[in-house]
Design a protein around this ligand. Structure first.
Ligand code: PAF
Length: 282
């Protein structure tokens, strides 16, 4: 079957329900477009593991604060569709803002506790917007499996807890971060970086990998590890560091001593571009 582009939410639900009625396993890959190899790895997992893959491309306005990059966010549907057509995707859902948020739409999801720290503190309202659009997408694509990237680790925790708390009958798979050869985590926002900033940005993943190396060498004291990571960011002249944090991946609460189960998370600005990254220390 060739790739269909659907813009109408009710048409999407109809098509997905037909597939489910025919006994096919449906995979959902929610994205905001500007697709890169990280997204394509999710798509590959879906096409490998299910019979019918829906990729959604929607730059969701409710997860951006007024001061953030909603207007600049890269949009190139034609390029994204061309890319996906080589990957066995069945449907690209690319709705308008109005069809997803018709006039008068005023219901939103109160995200779970794990939405509070880190990104939640720095980007008030962000996870409310994410949880709301993801639930809407789950309703429009009652998939068997939904695929998300570990790059947005806190987002995956928010969605996992929402699935649990609201009894959503969807299995969630979190797929590994895809990195450039020098370690930079792939992100649609990397497109904003000048060549010089692109170079500077590698300090973010370097700081996390350095923590991992120190842990492998026996250091477990979180404050020592964070000091070393912050030094790497300072050496690279990273101006604003929102956080480098060592947390329990379930609760996202900071640890004082790292264990096999700790995750390191970082968010920092390179120029005016805010980048995030994370790394499990085991
Ligand atoms: O990770 C993203 O691209 C977005 O936050 C998502 C999950 C598609 C919701 O808009």
């Amino acid at each position: 079957m060739s790739l269909a582009i659907i813009t109408d939410p009710s048409k999407l639900l109809e098509v997905v329900n037909q597939q489910k009625a025919a006994g096919r396993q449906v995979g959902l890959v929610p994205t905001m477009g500007a697709l890169h190899a990280g997204h394509l790895s999710l798509v590959q997992q879906s096409t490998l593991g299910t019979d019918f893959t829906v990729v959604t491309i929607f730059v969701n306005p409710t997860q951006f604060a007024p001061t953030e990059d909603l207007d600049q966010y890269p949009r190139d549907l034609q390029r994204d569709v061309e890319l996906l057509s080589g990957y066995g995707v069945d449907v690209v859902f690319a709705p308008s803002v109005n069809s997803m948020y018709p006039a008068g739409a005023s219901t939103s999801i109160v995200p779970p506790e794990v939405a509070r720290p880190l990104e939640g503190e720095l980007r008030p309202g962000h996870f409310e917007g994410v949880a709301t659009i993801v639930l809407k997408l789950f309703n429009l694509v009652p998939a068997d499996v939904a695929f998300f990237g570990q790059k947005d680790f806190q987002q995956t925790r928010v969605i996992a807890d929402m699935i649990r708390d609201l009894n959503i009958p969807i299995d969630m798979k979190v797929c590994p971060i895809v990195r450039e050869a020098d370690g930079l985590a792939l992100s649609s926002r990397n497109a904003y970086l000048t060549p010089e900033q692109r170079q500077q940005a590698t300090a973010i993943s370097q700081s996390l990998f350095h923590i991992k190396t120190l842990v492998a060498e026996g250091q477990t004291d979180a404050s020592e590890l964070l000091k070393a990571a912050l030094q790497i960011l300072a050496d690279a002249a990273i101006g604003q560091i929102d956080y480098v944090s060592l947390v329990d991946p379930q609760t996202l609460t900071p640890v004082t001593q790292v264990s096999d189960n700790t995750i390191a998370l970082a968010a920092a600005y390179v120029g005016s571009t805010r980048l995030i990254d994370n790394l499990f220390l085991n």
